[in-house]
Design a protein around this ligand. Structure first.
Ligand code: AKG
Ligand code: FE2
Length: 366
């Protein structure tokens, strides 16, 4: 076991690379989201239940804590049409297949809002690691807010001459998944025994981002300090993750500190809880530690959508999550300030990226 430092404290993790085989991880069927109040309450109860069964965290919990939901499940019947995701992945493949100089036309360092292209090893989510073995391109909702006065909200798009269908496909995916996040949030309110619309005034313009990731395969012995994406928690309230095809790479930390595989499941997204929900619930909802290692020999793509509160909303501990033996653990901070701080930590530690190349199978074998 080794200690992982996350943005919200330390967690113990095993240093096994392969991870435990996939065993029953919960699938929550969202069909009933459109149903009666009773249907939605029953769904919220399912979200409460995944906590104790799939307690992800072995973090040193405060006295008297009991995780309501520790944060990792699949969602089915989510209402995002499959063709929206297929088109987004199709366009993503075309984007990543371009020559490096084309991709660097929208290099993230050209803007100041964490949007645009990030080459292999251009970021590093785990401070103990040496850079993540993926390339990525980041976008936000077109009408999105900036995280802080220092920043803009602007997206950078590849040229319409090179990739004419890219922007419409990606914007459609952003809009659909953003709307799914808005539909899901009331369930989390219900799971906290709050009125469904409790968070509505903090979700007028959710501080959100959608990434498209490409993980080249890694061969031979894999150093856990140089994997697809190092062990980390996400910064927002929850992440809605689409995985492309049938390529297994995502691993989630279970309560024993072991890595459990989370393979793609047709027609589902993976949903994991992030730091903002952990903060406002005073740790009742756990921000799930996860990572990705692509050892399949195939290229992998995924699209995480990070759904957070409005950047100007205050992350304040809910009074119902505080008690005499469970004092508030986190200082109030705006959602934008929190995400910006975590993003800056992620990018500054990465090595300079220009010349990092994915290893080829034959080079490793030689
Ligand atoms: O690609 C994946 O499966 C996970 C991506 C991820 O954890 C992230 O971008 O935060
Ligand atoms: Fe993540």
């Amino acid at each position: 076991m080794v200690v992982l430092k996350t943005g919200l404290g330390e967690r113990l993790i095993s240093n096994d690379v392969e991870g435990k085989a996939f065993s029953e991880l919960p699938v929550i069927d969202l069909q009933r989201l459109q149903g009666t109040n009773e249907d939605r309450k029953a769904l919220a109860a399912e979200i409460q239940e995944v906590g104790p069964v799939f307690a992800i965290s072995v973090e040193r919990s405060p006295p008297g804590s009991s995780a309501i939901a520790s944060g990792f499940f699949y969602i089915s019947n989510h209402g995002v049409p499959q063709d929206v995701l297929d088109n987004a992945f199709g366009q993503a493949k075309q984007f990543f297949s371009q020559p490096m100089e084309k991709k660097l036309e929208i290099d993230q360092s050209k803007g100041n809002s964490f949007k645009g292209y990030v080459p292999l090893k251009g970021e590093n989510v785990d401070p103990e690691s040496r850079g993540d073995m993926h390339e990525a391109v980041d976008f936000g909702p077109e009408q999105g807010a900036a995280m802080s006065a220092e920043q803009t909200s602007g997206n950078m798009w590849p040229s319409a001459e090179d990739l004419p269908d890219f922007r419409p496909a990606i914007e459609r995916a952003i809009n659909e998944i953003l709307a799914l996040g808005q539909r899901l949030f009331p369930l989390f309110a219900l799971a906290l025994d709050l009125p469904e619309d409790f968070f509505a005034d903090k979700l007028k313009n959710p501080g959100s981002a959608m990434r498209i990731l490409h993980y080249p395969p890694q061969y031979g012995p894999v150093d856990t300090k140089e994997i697809g994406i190092g062990a980390h928690t996400d910064y927002e309230c929850f992440t809605i993750l689409a995985q492309h095809g049938d390529v297994q790479a995502l691993q989630v930390l279970n309560s024993a500190g072991e890595w459990v595989q989370a393979p793609p499941k047709e027609g589902t997204f993976v949903l994991n809880i992030g730091d903002q929900l952990q903060r406002i619930t005073n740790g009742l909802f756990k921000s799930t530690v996860h990572r990705a290692i692509n050892r399949t020999g195939q290229d992998r793509m995924s699209i995480p959508f990070f759904f957070g509160l409005d950047y100007d909303a205050m992350l304040e501990t809910l009074p119902s999550c505080v008690s005499a033996d469970r004092p508030a653990m986190y200082e109030p901070i705006t959602a934008g300030e929190y995400v910006e701080k975590r993003m800056k930590e992620t990018y500054v530690k990465a090595p300079k990226a220009e010349e990092v190349k994915a290893p080829k199978a034959e080079e490793v074998k030689a």
